[in-house]
Design a protein around this ligand. Structure first.
Ligand SMILES: [Zn+2]
Length: 229
């Protein structure tokens, strides 16, 4: 009997943890809905001058559009950078207001973090769908719950560049090119989450090389909302 109770409570604990960390409801977009050689470049944690601007120059040189998941308090600090991102035809998404470990906060705080940045982005001129990505991809129960109630997807990705651990452009380029496939959502960083500024020259150089290599292989680049999810 004791053994059965232990087994049942063990299974229940694993089940609860599973539901918390991998909620089985709401939409989590991991890749684009296509079999074709199409990928989405996504940049998190900006706007972050001068790196965001340098990145925009690289994207413009290749005539490639990308998606920027921005942090609200950085949008407040660098509105000019945001305006340039919009003016150059890129998509702007919401990456919370202050980049907390969002998935561990209560739903009311999650809602505030998302809505505050939505409002900032609307004020500055973002039109259409505002896609959302949780900091550190913590789409845990409170985040999934708040998003599902609004019928809003979470945009994750399936190619991690690991550019938050290295700014060596060779490493970043190799990591991305090794993992990329049709429909990939590639995660890069033009800024840094909580502690503000970080040098992003490696990411910028790698982006230039990644685009060149993938174009040679026949890949096209889209914004996350260009492909119906
Ligand atoms: Zn982030």
């Amino acid at each position: 009997m004791k053994l059965i109770i232990a087994a049942v409570s063990g299974i229940a604990t694993v089940g609860l943890l599973w539901v918390f960390f991998r909620p089985p409801f709401g939409e989590n977009i991991v890749h684009l809905n296509t079999q074709q050689r199409i990928v989405a470049l996504t940049f998190d944690d900006g706007p972050s001058p001068p790196y965001t601007e340098q990145l925009l120059d690289v994207l413009a040189k290749h005539d490639v559009k990308a998606t920027f998941f921005m942090i609200g308090n950085r949008v407040e600090r660098h509105p000019e950078t945001v305006r340039r991102v919009i003016a150059e035809g890129h998509q702007v998404g919401n990456h919370s207001y202050s980049h907390p470990v969002l998935g561990l906060l209560p739903p009311a705080s999650v809602r505030r973090e998302i809505e505050r940045t939505d409002a900032l982005l609307r004020d500055i001129g973002v039109k259409g769908e505002i896609v959302f990505r949780a900091p550190i991809l913590t789409r845990f129960l409170p985040v999934a719950w708040v998003l599902a109630k609004r019928d809003r997807a979470h945009v994750s990705g399936n190619v991690w560049s690991w550019d938050w651990t290295t700014q060596n452009p060779d490493k970043i380029t190799k990591t991305v090119l090794r993992k990329v496939k049709p429909g990939s959502i590639i995660i890069l960083h033009d800024g840094k989450g909580v502690y503000g500024n970080a040098i992003r020259l490696g990411t910028i150089a790698a982006t230039d090389r990644i685009i060149t290599a993938l174009k040679r292989e026949g890949y096209a680049f889209v914004r996350v909302s260009d492909i119906r999810h």
